[in-house]
Design a protein around this ligand. Sequence first.
Ligand code: AMP
Length: 192
Amino acid sequence: MTKNRLIFLGPPGAGKGTQAKILADYLGIPHISTGEILRKAKQEGTPVGLQAKAYMDRGDLVPDSVLQELVRERLQQTDAQTQGWILDGFPRTLVQANFLETLLPEINQSCNLAINITVADEVLVSRLGKRAELEGRSDDTEEVIRNRLVVYGQETAPLIDFYQKSSNTTLVTVDGDRSLEVITDELKKLTA
Ligand code: AMP
């Protein structure tokens, strides 16, 4: 049986994290969120957390080298090797995408699907504002939210073209401006 190894693309606020978590539970595979790993590192004050803090608080991307080491280590853990994974929030730059293309064959893995969840910008700003109130994330103030959207457009949006051209990974676009359940159903069908 082919193992599911999936990437979730899409702007902050598109519902990536929520859907990635639901789908990972449903498929019984690890949900690997680089944002979550970094937030935990920040809270615990580890060297990676200390390095990442200022970037995250501004809504900027943490340097590629930090993310590459983190992902290289995580994908080689036993659960990821044996069960597959959903990568949520990585890759976010072309450097990271090229890194993953090189890393995967080295560790005998491949990524079958990249899911791009799309949502209009106005909807994103309003959703992220609501999340800021609920979760109290320090990177969800309006100014930081707007910066995260700019960074997404500059650094991450080019990955859509990258995966469109990829011969290893199929890119699928999913309309994120629908109810959570409808989107989840579509994702389940895509990975069946
Ligand atoms: P997220 O929870 O995925 O929205 O990530 C929260 C923050 O963590 C981002 O705004 C970045 O500062 C940092 N981050 C997460 N993943 C990456 C990545 N792949 N590359 C660079 N920075 C990242």
